[in-house]
Design a protein around this ligand. Sequence first.
Ligand code: SF4
Length: 399
Amino acid sequence: MSAIPNPSRDTRDIRQGRNPTRTVRIGCLGIGRGHPIAVQSMCATKTQDVEATAAQAEMLRQAGAAVVRIAVDSEADAQALVRIRDRTAVALTVDLQENYRLVVQVAPLVQKVRYNPGHLYHHQKDVPWEDKVRFIAEAAAKHGCALRVGVNCGSVDPALRDKFPPRDKLSPMLESALRHCELLDRLGFDQYCVSLKDSDPAKVIEINRRFAAQRPDVPLHLGVTEAGMPPEGILKTRSALVPLLAEGIGDTIRVSLTLPNARKHEEVAAGLDIVRDVVAGRISVQPWRSGQLNIVSCPSCSRVENAAFVELAEKVRSMTQYAAEANVTIAVMGCRVNGPGETDCADLGLWCGPRYVNLKRGSQTLGSFGYDEILPRLKQELDLILADRKRDDRGAPLQ
Ligand code: SF4
């Protein structure tokens, strides 16, 4: 495999005045104290399509990604990973979901494993989450693998979610991350970083500031989850990551964009631009506009259930332009695993199945519709929301 200069590692060190995080080793890459900000990315191909996944991992490496993530949900995915590992030189990280026991198979093959605390509750409900984390940490330690505790707004530990008022979305995420850090510390495992991702840039800033104030030693992986399509997805991500990096918070980043596979490298380019701008002191960004139409869409991954997902997200954006000034959020997700939870924040949520697209308005599920039926049905619901808002505005008492 040819050695390609990695632009994310060539950027000048910007760590003066940064949070004094410890070093976490991801293979021969270091993140945290004294190390440049590393840009990461994730494959959106089917993991079992070894050639396509290895080719995409290499494409991302050549674009400057220092670490590339691959979803592994099954034994067959883990077996495919053996062959992918041989075909790319990039540092690999595996994204585990419910099936945390796969860590035993993947840890010998990769440099890092990401687990989501909110997904440790689905399998083996009688096994305490602490035992599951111990299992993961032991496998990681045995193979010199780093961990990421990846907390996501759409899949928070249900017990913690219920502990706080429904309006407080950030405290359950923060407490979840802190608990996992404390447990890993007790287990004597310090090669971990944390991410706290939300689709709202303002929340990403707030929660990472809160975490960094309490755990300045733990390296942070920054990102805005489901940022959507470029250019909006890039602007959204910049509006959160640039201020955080400029104040010394964040050790590695990912820009999560909804893109066709052939353009996936653009999310690496967007991440490198962010790092370069912060290094150069270009840290002035517009806060992400709120109060206007907001399309939230996932970057897709191996779990995406229909290749038409990216095209669907693009069609949703075009079709809804007539409502550009409306304060409405529409979420478009690629799979049924994460779709229902990760559309909770939206006025209208869509998530893809193999043959149908599921639709909900707020928390009310409206049904499943064919890929050729969903746009008119979505428009119908959007029109109802716009009409309700107009009626509310007319009925609002004068201040
Ligand atoms: S919503 Fe599903 S398809 Fe989209 S990135 Fe998340 S897991 Fe992957």
